[in-house]
Design a protein around this ligand. Structure first.
Ligand SMILES: Cc1cc2nc3c(=O)[nH]c(=O)nc-3n(C[C@H](O)[C@H](O)[C@H](O)COP(=O)(O)O)c2cc1C
Length: 313
């Protein structure tokens, strides 16, 4: 998720869940091929399993990105066919590619043959008037035949004109039934459902139908949700770490990043929702938001914020 799932966020979530698959922010082929790939692609080994999400529609460029994903040891490369933003549309990628299944298939086939890294696609259930089940099924069939075995389905359509990206995450209704029909019709494909999933109970319920669930906004606003995922969803043994234990584990990472020159706020912004629903959550958020951006701010800010939480408990 753009502006969220950077390496600091992923490190934090990985402290809570060993098994959840993590995704990078969407990186465009242009940024990867003409920018500094190391800056965009480096990650901590603990982040595995990790998928690189790319945005693009030029097969040759995407193939080079797949090679980069393999070189940097990503576990998956995911093509974004779901983003409706104007910028993405003008680059002819993202959700507008739903109307061009053959081009997406060519992209996937070229990526598959370029590198030994699984290629997956994240898509919507339709765009604009191109939103019949038959069109969706044709898209999935065409792209699957090109070598994509995993589809992440954001279970709402997108309107490419007239709605902002934010509205496109809220206004079109969620249609899990359509995603479920895909799973019925393509039982050999791995279908991961996305959209509006906020609780462990909802994850369990979707896992009766789908092969996986993808969590978007709730991961950002309530990251502690992931603390129980290994136990309750992946069925591992152990105990759920407390929020304070997670902080204790995150602080050495923060110290290390500070030494490399990363500003504190880049890491603390991912902690704003950690105490969501707990006494003192508002003070925690306010303290971090005010103190972390100050010049020279260090881990003492986290310690100060923790004192506030303890006092409120
Ligand atoms: C701030 C923000 C950034 C996002 N960035 C991406 C992105 O880079 N790639 C992507 O596939 N989806 C992106 N999304 C969409 C989410 O991945 C997800 O599909 C959508 O929010 C619906 O799922 P949810 O209800 O669990 O949030 C973004 C969403 C938000 C709110």
């Amino acid at each position: 998720m753009l502006d969220y799932t950077d390496r600091h966020f992923r490190f934090l979530i990985r402290l809570m869940s060993r098994h959840t698959r993590l995704y990078t922010e969407m990186l465009t082929t242009g940024a990867l091929l003409h920018g500094d790939p190391r800056r965009h692609l480096e990650f901590d080994l603990t982040e595995h399993p990790l998928a690189l999400q790319v945005g693009g529609s030029e097969p040759g460029e995407l193939a080079r990105c797949a090679q980069l994903a393999a070189d940097f040891n990503y576990d998956e490369i995911n093509l974004n066919v779901g983003c409706p933003s104007k910028r993405v549309q003008s680059g002819r990628f993202g959700a507008c590619l739903m109307t061009e299944p053959r081009l997406v298939a060519e992209c996937v086939a070229t990526m598959v043959s370029a590198a030994a890294v699984p290629v997956t696609v994240k898509t919507r259930i339709g765009v604009d008037r191109h939103d019949s089940y038959e069109q969706l099924a044709m898209f999935v069939r065409t792209v699957a035949n090109a070598g994509c075995g995993v589809f992440i389905i954001h279970a709402r359509k997108a309107w490419l004109q007239g709605l902002s990206p934010r509205q496109n995450r809220e206004v079109p209704p969620l249609r899990y039934d359509i995603a479920a029909r895909l799973k019925d019709d393509f039982p050999d494909l791995i279908i991961i459902v996305n959209g509006g999933i906020q609780t462990l109970a909802a994850m369990h319920s979707h896992l009766l139908t789908f092969d996986g669930v993808m969590i978007g906004r709730e991961a950002c606003s309530n990251p502690y949700l992931f603390a129980a995922v290994d136990l309750k969803v992946f069925g591992t043994r152990g105990t759920v770490p407390t929020r304070e234990q997670l902080l204790d584990a995150y602080i050495p990472y923060v110290e290390n990043q500070l030494q490399k020159g990363v500003p504190l706020q880049r890491m603390t912004r991912h902690l704003l929702g950690l105490f969501q629903g707990c006494p003192g959550a508002r003070q925690w958020r306010r303290y971090l938001s005010e103190q972390a951006p100050r010049t020279g701010a260090g881990v003492e800010v986290l310690k100060g914020a923790t004192q506030l939480i303890r006092a409120a408990a």
